[in-house]
Design a protein around this ligand. Sequence first.
Ligand code: KG4
Ligand code: ZN
Length: 344
Amino acid sequence: MTGEPLVLGIESSCDETGVGLVRGCTLLGDDVASSVDQHVRFGGVVPEVASRAHLEALPATMDRALGRAGVTLRDVDAIAVTAGPGLAGALLVGVSAAKAYALALDKPLYGVNHLVGHVAVDQLEHGPLPKPVVALLVSGGHTSLLLVRDLATDVRLLGETVDDAAGEAYDKVARLLGLGYPGGPRIDGAAREAVGASLRFPRGKWGDGTYDFSFSGLKTAVARWTEDAEAQGSPVSVPEVASAFQESVTDVLTRKAVDACRDHGVEHLVISGGVAANSRLRTLAEERAEAAGIQVRVPRPALCTDNGAMIAALGAEVVAAGLPPSALDLATDTSLPVQQVLAA
Ligand code: KG4
Ligand code: ZN
């Protein structure tokens, strides 16, 4: 195991500053600093605030990750960093730091794709991913279905959201219901208290023959329903609305993910991204996958949300595949397509 290169991963695409150290499929140690508290009063991530927070948090996050892994910077063999997609200023902080480390340590630099990192991270918990695997990626910024034949060299986009991301829908509906930010865990919790299941909201792009998703119509339907209820003076049961909203989201996500596996003859599904922490999504995915003879892998919640270990995990794959390192003038790409595992 010690024969495998030690890869340092740096993540700064949104509001989490993450550093991780990985050898092969083994996570040696990591640390994450979040600026989420600084965004709460705005109800969403403020890019400039996030960039500043990365700059302030990175050195200490690096020290803690190295300490937990029991290694020093001199032991590092390669450096991987999120080159995109993400917020422009936030990405720039991580990429600039990674370039400085690469130059100072004289080690190769790899600018990698954040979205593929969300898939690669599962290897740190469950061992090497089967090939091929279908990945359902559900976060605050993205909702995609991927067909992954090889993490480093063959990632295909099967479908994605045409409007809001699943996590974004959770956050917006939570705000509407007065549950606060971030909305996902709060709606998840509220839904568990629902007693009735009479309310039903529409399912976006249901049965349209694509692997695409749409959540903005659902958000509007929830808003209209609560407005109407209030106008009529009838009490709104937050748990019931949260539960009906969550059923609509998780029903479409799991249905399309299982369809994608079946249509492509793939027996393994991996679910990742912040929304993969959702209890209903996990249960429903397992039920439906089991009925279809498909095995589901979901990393533990701390690995599902943004972190540095996922970038190191993907970096380790890229190094093992023998792909050429990025140049030191590597640019960030706020909309790096998922098929591009390594930034140009
Ligand atoms: O992957 P992530 O940490 O950051 C992005 O790359 O976006 O995902 C954050 C998103 C937020 O929208 C948050 O509300 C959602 O994940 N989330 C959840 C849950 N926990 C976090 N959504 C539904 N249920 C949860 N339990
Ligand atoms: Zn993410």
